[in-house]
Write a protein that binds this ligand. Structure first.
Ligand SMILES: Cc1ncc(COP(=O)(O)O)c(C=O)c1O
Length: 392
């Protein structure tokens, strides 16, 4: 037998998504008849609202079955530009928007067209696990700016500024954040804008995919709306997956300087071409429709997030920074448990509890739990977690 073909250095360096892997392992164990409780989901447990499904169905019948412009359906680009201008305070034109296969491809496209080998991408930790991998695929070096549960997962601006070098090119922001659920406050963003003004070579990617999922008392702000002088340096990533429960549709968008959008659309034209034509018509209905469905789902996560938070806060040795948005909690394990991977492996094997190790997000002392599951599943998960902790 000849050996398998040698893989490229990019493929060898790539880590597959651990969250998808854990969800798949939990499903496989379930398939074998094990009683599994999964709090590992990174996606809404709702079905896509019916009016959106209906719009895509109608589009199929109306012949939206052919290739379209690589940058996206012109009506959808215009609707996204209008939404960013009106809801986010980011004055945006349609040629400053492109439609992508999920928020993930928006990030991939952006990194590919902005970054050169050796450029540094600054990523506040804990971070969503795909950022470093997508940066590495662009040949960039990742510099993490750590924060911890002890300091409330607040980005230390002095530490951020101390990390900036002449090679630093891009800062990644994610608010509300995955995995911590932290929402950056207005004052914090204003202070961050001052740091960025002192470093004109720095660009910013702002991933706002959880913008609608906010705990009571918190509001979402886009950096460039608070600092319009930085608008040309800021790129917005967003999508339909989390707010509208459309993960499988693969619909996202990238917004920013028209020249960069043109380059990213050219890249897309040579890789995946346009996003599925009729799916884009569903997204158009979503973005032009009432936000009532989004608010209803957000309200439901709020109730379930409270249940998760109060259960975790009642556990001995757990340090929890209460999440302010998204649908996760990211508790720190007791001091004597230092390896989140080993903890999650044992939780799954012994108690049938699927949760995600914080090591995947740059903090090996924490675990990530999702509240995008039923209240019963949350309660069951909390009981199993409590048993794992007691028996450690
Ligand atoms: C912070 C963050 N950004 C982007 C994405 C990508 O979303 P999608 O590609 O499904 O639109 C996710 C998905 O989990 C996420 O958590």
């Amino acid at each position: 037998m000849p050996g398998s073909p040698a893989l490229s250095y990019r493929a060898k360096a790539l880590k597959p998504s651990l969250t998808l892997e854990i969800a798949a392992r939990a499903k496989a164990l379930q398939g074998e008849g094990r009683n599994i409780c999964s709090l590992s989901a990174g996606e809404p447990d709702f079905d896509t609202p019916e009016f959106i499904v209906e719009a895509a169905r109608r589009a199929l019948l109306d012949g939206y079955t052919r290739y379209g412009p690589a940058g996206g359906d012109p009506e959808l680009r215009a609707a996204v530009a209008e939404k960013l201008s009106r809801e986010n305070g980011l004055a945006t034109k349609p040629n400053e928007v492109m439609i992508t296969n999920g928020g993930k491809q928006a990030i991939y496209n952006l990194f590919q067209v902005l970054l050169n080998p050796g450029d540094q991408v600054l990523i506040p930790a804990p971070f969503w696990l795909s950022y470093p991998e997508i940066a590495a695929l662009a040949g960039a070096d990742v510099v993490t700016v750590p924060s911890s549960a002890a300091d409330g997962f607040v980005l230390d601006l002095a530490q951020l500024e101390a990390s900036i070098t002449p090679k630093s090119r891009l800062l990644v922001l994610n608010t509300p954040g995955n995995p911590t659920g932290r929402v950056m406050a207005k004052d914090e963003l204003l202070s961050l804008a001052d740091v960025l003004r002192r470093h004109p070579q720095m660009l910013v990617m702002s991933d706002e995919i959880y913008e609608y999922l906010l705990a009571e008392g918190h509001s979402h702000h886009s950096l460039a709306a608070l600092a319009p002088d930085l608008k040309d340096r800021c790129f917005t990533v967003n999508g339909f997956a989390k707010g509208w429960a459309m993960t499988g549709w693969r619909l996202g968008y990238l917004a920013g300087h028209a020249d960069v959008i043109r380059a990213a659309a050219a890249l897309q034209s040579q890789s995946t071409s346009n996003v599925c034509s009729f799916a884009q018509r569903g997204a158009l209905a979503a973005i032009q429709g009432s936000r009532q469905c989004v608010q209803d789902m957000a309200g439901s996560y709020n109730g379930r997030r409270k249940l998760l938070v109060s259960g975790l806060q009642a556990m001995d040795g757990i340090t929890l920074v209460p999440p302010q948005g998204a649908f996760y909690a990211f508790p720190q394990l007791p001091d004597h448990i230092t390896d989140s991977m080993e903890f999650c492996r044992r939780a799954l094997d012994v108690e049938g509890l699927a949760v995600v190790p914080g090591a995947a997000f740059g903090d090996g002392r924490c675990i990530r739990l999702s509240c995008a599951v039923s209240r019963e599943t949350i309660s069951d998960g909390l009981e199993r977690l409590s048993r794992v902790l007691q028996n450690w």
